[in-house]
Design a binder for this molecule. Structure first.
Ligand code: PLP
Length: 440
């Protein structure tokens, strides 16, 4: 008996006892290959001695000093390191404790930016269906996952949702990927005209969609068109890289591969690599200047922003991702993983699509490949895969809702970048076993 409030009140998960590289070991000694890094968190695996040493050293010096009174050396060092590798125009970093907090900060900063500029009529956001931006009310409000939103819908910020860029299901016969990308990007233009561009603060999107679709990148040209539309109407482009950022797709920021410059970008998960809870909201010099030259105060904040121990840990993580070559390793091992998945599952009768970038891969399950018909949701295919994989000693991240929040199943893979060739083989073998069990 425990008094912990668990995620599922009837579930009795094993106790995680120890980490060993790409493995989590439970109390009984069973080893689980971490094929999803939890949910794209553990980019460096579970026993990086440099990160844990940095945590100990910083805790010995000072663990906490409130940012209402102090800054800290680890926070400044980490901010400088991030900005040195950030997309063009991004100049400031605001630290928080996780992804949802980063998105909340982004939404509020975006609104305040327009208040400082004397444009108070901008009160709403546009985002995409089948997206997830976090579970706090603001972030949940911009997200387009209907199942998660529904119970709390009356409490949410005003957001309209356009189609995601989801080639597997969205591209029509005879349409080129580029034409498809422009067609769905133009939904933003249409929605802006419908609601009135002067009422809109910004467009929010994940460069590579994670939890709701399973590692879906956009097609070439999509985000460049989105950027053009944002500029034309003076709205902000807010990219949510909480899941796909920090090297996960093979570049430190995922949007580098889309050739697009955001006004605000959010990161978390891989930033702390699971060693510390930390996230960040990064903004352009122009947005910062509007606050600095206006009220001089961002009307936001949490107790633990810029936590020195979390920043010290994340600084080592980002150092490893950049100068330490770990992002390049994610790109290289991501290719190995992608090829292994295609070789094993490319002809699988119930896998309709294999997609992703770097160490961020997704497989979409279908009843029928030809018609792309999804499985009946009552079969609970994604839950069965998750359970069978766990039994086989593999942690992966299967989810539903690929089509409309109620239908469709996918498996998301986001293993640590330290994965070896042998471990790629082990992952694919165990996933194959899990699919056999779940689909039987
Ligand atoms: N944004 C994206 C794209 C995410 O995938 C997530 C979490 O999965 C969040 C935001 C929320 O992050 P957190 O769970 O750390 O609050």
């Amino acid at each position: 008996m425990t008094h912990v409030f668990p995620r599922h009140t009837r579930a009795r998960p094993p106790r995680a006892a120890r980490g060993d590289g790409a493995y989590i070991i439970d109390e009984t000694g069973k080893r689980y290959l971490d094929g999803s890094g939890g949910a794209a968190v553990s980019c460096l695996g579970h026993s990086d001695p440099d990160v844990t040493q940095a945590i100990k050293d910083q805790a010995d010096r000072i663990a906490f000093a409130h940012t209402g009174f102090f800054t800290s050396e680890p926070a400044e060092r980490l901010a400088d390191r991030l900005i040195a590798h950030a997309p063009q125009g991004i100049e400031r970093v605001y630290f928080v404790s996780g992804g949802s907090e980063a998105v909340e900060a982004a939404l509020k900063l975006a609104r305040q930016y327009f208040l400082e500029k004397g444009e108070p009529s901008r009160t709403r956001f546009i985002a995409r269906r089948q997206s997830y931006h976090g579970n706090t009310l603001g972030a949940l409000g911009t997200g387009g996952n209907m199942w998660r939103r529904e119970p709390f819908a009356p409490l949410m910020v005003e957001t309209s949702h356009i189609a995601p860029c989801y080639e597997y299901r969205g591209r029509e016969a005879g349409e080129t990927p580029e034409d498809y990308g422009l067609r769905v990007a133009d939904e933003l233009e249409a929605e802006l005209r419908r609601v009135g561009p002067e009422t809109v603060i910004g467009f929010v999107a994940e460069p590579v969609v994670g939890a709701t679709l399973g590692a879906v990148p956009s097609v070439p040209g999509y985000f460049r068109r989105i950027r053009e539309i944002c500029d034309r109407h003076g709205i902000l482009l807010i990219l949510d890289e909480v899941m796909c950022g920090m090297g996960r797709t093979g570049t430190l920021f995922a949007c580098e591969q889309d050739g697009v410059r955001p006004d605000i970008v959010t990161i978390a998960k891989g930033l702390g690599a699971g060693y510390q809870p930390i996230g960040a909201m990064l903004c352009s010099g122009e947005i910062y200047a509007a606050i600095e030259g206006g009220s001089g105060f961002f009307q936001h904040g949490h107790t633990y922003i810029g936590h020195p121990v979390a920043c010290a840990a994340a600084d080592v993580v980002v150092e490893k991702l950049t100068t330490g070559g770990m992002t390049a390793r994610a790109a290289r091992m991501g290719e190995v993983l992608g090829e292994a998945l295609t070789a094993r599952f490319g002809q699988h009768p119930h896998i309709g699509d294999i997609r992703g970038r770097g160490m961020f891969r997704g497989l979409e399950l279908v009843e029928d490949r030809e018609s792309k018909t999804p499985f009946d949701p009552s079969r609970g295919i994604n839950k069965r895969i998750k359970a069978a994989a766990f039994e086989a000693g593999l942690i992966c991240y299967p989810m539903g809702g690929t089509i409309d929040g109620r239908q469709g199943d996918h498996v998301l893979l986001a293993p640590p970048f330290i994965l070896t060739d042998d471990q790629v083989g082990e992952l694919v073998d165990k996933l194959a076993t899990a699919l056999d069990v779940a689909l039987a």
